[in-house]
Write a protein that binds this ligand. Structure first.
Ligand SMILES: CC(=O)[C@@H](O)[C@H](O)COP(=O)(O)O
Ligand SMILES: NCC(=O)COP(=O)(O)O
Length: 239
């Protein structure tokens, strides 16, 4: 069954907004796992707008499921952090500095040599590597020759198109996932997945290993409660 990794970036956003330690990020991570989450994802950005580098070291001490650190490996500080923490998985995301959020996958053709080199560094450290890609067959095919263990399908386009035509929305992801599976790549997915669009996506992407969900899940939890929300997302994946 597809694993749910809860991205707790937005818990850190709320915490940072008042300069204290409320909500307590570490306690939220522990609670998410207690409520059934099968992973914790964080995305420390260079400006530390939400997840701070120090948080990552503290989370490593308590995460008992799978710890997934996402970020831009072109930042040496990020590479050093991941090699020091050694999470179960690192997800490489080609974000530029000023982005409000992640908004594109790797060009795995143009960046083939660079990705091969940096992926080998993480794999040598025993860390599973996933790379963030758009649902484009050629990008998936080139991902396979970088040595990455998995791809993470960037699902913002799916989430937006789903509101108009869900079959059209999921079609490119089915093709990309079939290609990835045939090439022996693991398949993750994330960005803008939510309680409305998750089940249809998971039902159509049969070899989906993991989804990482944060913004919508944390927003839902404001109304539905965190324990209930985590379990609602898990039920969407179980159907
Ligand atoms: C790679 C990805 O889609 C998520 O990690 C996203 O980047 C979340 O980052 P923010 O929480 O900063 O929007
Ligand atoms: N990799 C996607 C992720 O971790 C969370 O993205 P979102 O659910 O906050 O859009």
């Amino acid at each position: 069954m597809t694993r749910l990794s809860v991205n707790i970036n937005k818990i850190a956003t709320l915490r940072n907004s008042r300069g204290g330690n409320n909500p307590n990020l570490i306690q939220v991570a522990k609670d998410c796992e207690r409520f059934g989450a099968q992973g914790i994802t964080v995305h420390p950005r260079p400006d530390e707008r939400h997840i701070r580098y120090a948080d990552v070291y503290e989370l490593k001490k308590i995460v008992t499921t799978e710890f997934n650190i996402e970020g831009n490996c072109q930042e040496q500080k990020f590479v050093d952090l991941v090699l020091a923490v050694k999470p179960e998985q690192v997800t490489l995301v080609p974000d530029a500095l000023g982005q409000i959020t992640s908004n594109h996958g790797w060009d795995t053709i143009k960046n083939q040599d660079y990705l091969k080199e940096i992926i080998a560094v993480f794999k040598k450290a025993g860390i599973r590597v996933s790379i963030f890609v758009d649902p484009v067959v050629e990008m998936v095919e080139a991902a396979a020759t970088t040595g990455t263990d998995r791809i993470e399908l960037y699902t913002e386009a799916y989430a937006h198109q789903y509101l108009n035509n869900k079959d059209l929305a999921v079609a490119p992801y089915i093709k990309a996932a079939e290609t990835a599976h045939q090439l022996g790549l693991g398949i993750n997915a994330g960005h803008d997945l939510d309680l409305n669009n998750l089940q249809f996506f998971a039902q159509n992407i049969t070899s989906l290993d993991e989804v990482s969900i944060g913004h919508a899940l944390v927003s839902d939890a404001l109304y539905l409660g965190l324990e209930n929300t985590v379990q609602m997302y898990l039920r969407q994946l179980a159907k």
